[in-house]
Write a protein that binds this ligand. Structure first.
Ligand SMILES: [Fe+2]
Length: 377
């Protein structure tokens, strides 16, 4: 058996109504709540979640509801600047992956010297832990509450800007599935498919371990059963609860085993055509697994069994395509904006991300990527 490394410093409190325990959980960790910055988007305020949190915090709370979806480096810099003026002792991020990731960046940029650009893609640049961060997800997708990653968009350089550091783990995650019932069917699909992609990519990763596979395998099984139910009826709380668990497990799995080529392709698509992250993963999930093909035969067939699709690799992929189509994921890349003339640029941007390739069951050449795009246009 290979060497196993597992690191997960975040205290997770999972379950219905746990949002009402946020005050006591923060206290149990010995954290100060004298000055608390809440970082979120507008919907966390309009859905009343910020108000609930404020009720459970004794100290001074200031709300920074200025995070936008698929946040850019500029958005993050603005939030850092605003929050800095308040000099909080604790941060609480409320929302989907976007506010959580921005709050992670704020947390470390309040304590580490230097420009944000110096930290992008450079784990060694972080010298100090950030201001403690509590993550309160309101979607079931990114699993960001338990990962050492934060992803921003760099529009100027036409790239995603990932930050990776053990200091990006929140100290506490409050996973209350009741906060996810406000997601629309479209957001449910996009975030749920992101969680599925995390689980699948971690499952087939060359860095997968006996521990990470427990998380990713269970997440795949739960998503197969409960994502179509959450999509069909947003108020199905049992389905929402299981999807939130799947998202959490998916996050823990990529924290150990890493993401893969689906995320690489999705990041390029996201930057080039402003396609939401989960949707972009959804359109590449089957094409990439098809490319892995027999190189990941056992894993893909196991994924099929976990999702209730019996059969060989090809049958599993056919069923997975139907599953995604039911959820409203487009079948062709054209539908999300890709044109034939953009393919060369797209291929170049994918091939620049060589650092990820070691995780993959089959490493693509430039030609492979081009063929994959053409075949699925
Ligand atoms: Fe993702």
């Amino acid at each position: 058996m290979r060497t196993i490394k597992h690191f997960m410093p975040t205290k997770v409190v999972f379950g219905r109504k746990t949002i009402h325990r946020i005050g006591e959980e923060i206290e149990s960790l010995g954290l100060s709540t004298e000055k608390v910055a809440v970082i979120c988007g507008k919907s966390a305020v309009s859905n009343g979640y910020v108000e609930i949190i404020k009720k459970h915090i004794n100290g001074k709370v200031e709300v920074f509801d200025i995070v936008e979806p698929e946040p850019t480096v500029e958005v993050a810099l603005r939030v850092i600047e605003e929050v800095k003026k308040f000099s909080p002792e604790l941060l609480i991020a409320v929302g989907g992956g976007s506010p959580l990731d921005v709050a992670k960046v704020v947390s470390v940029m309040l304590t580490n010297e230097g420009e944000l650009s110096e930290f992008i893609g450079v784990p060694e640049a972080f010298k100090k832990p950030g201001v403690p961060l509590v993550a309160v997800p309101t979607t079931s997708g990114s699993g960001s509450e338990v990962t050492p990653y934060a992803v921003l968009t760099d529009r100027r350089r036409f790239k995603k800007a990932p930050l990776i550091s053990r200091y990006l783990y929140p100290v506490l995650a409050i996973d209350d599935p009741e906060l996810t019932v406000t997601m629309s069917p479209i957001v449910t699909t996009n975030t749920g498919v992101d969680a599925l992609t995390h689980a699948v990519e971690a499952f087939v990763s060359k860095r997968a371990t006996e521990i990470s596979k427990l998380y990713s395998g269970k997440a795949i099984e739960l998503i197969g059963r409960f994502l179509p139910r959450s999509y069909g009826n947003p108020r199905d709380i049992e389905a929402r609860e299981n999807m939130m668990l799947a998202s959490l497990l998916g996050g823990m799995a990529i924290a150990d085993a890493g993401a893969g080529l689906v995320h690489t392709m999705a990041h390029v698509l996201g930057v080039m055509y402003r396609v939401p992250h989960g949707l972009a993963n959804g359109v590449f999930l089957v094409p990439v697994l098809e490319f892995y093909g027999l190189s990941a035969k056992e894993e893909i067939e196991e994924i099929g069994r976990l999702m209730g699709f019996e059969g060989d690799v090809y049958r599993v992929l056919e069923k997975l395509r139907e599953f995604l189509s039911f959820l409203g994921i487009p079948k062709s890349l054209k539908e999300v904006g890709l044109t034939e003339s953009d393919i060369p640029d797209f291929v170049n941007l994918v091939m620049e991300k060589k650092f990820l390739m070691g995780n993959l069951p089959r490493i693509p050449t430039e030609r492979d990527v081009r063929e994959m795009l053409k075949k699925n246009l």
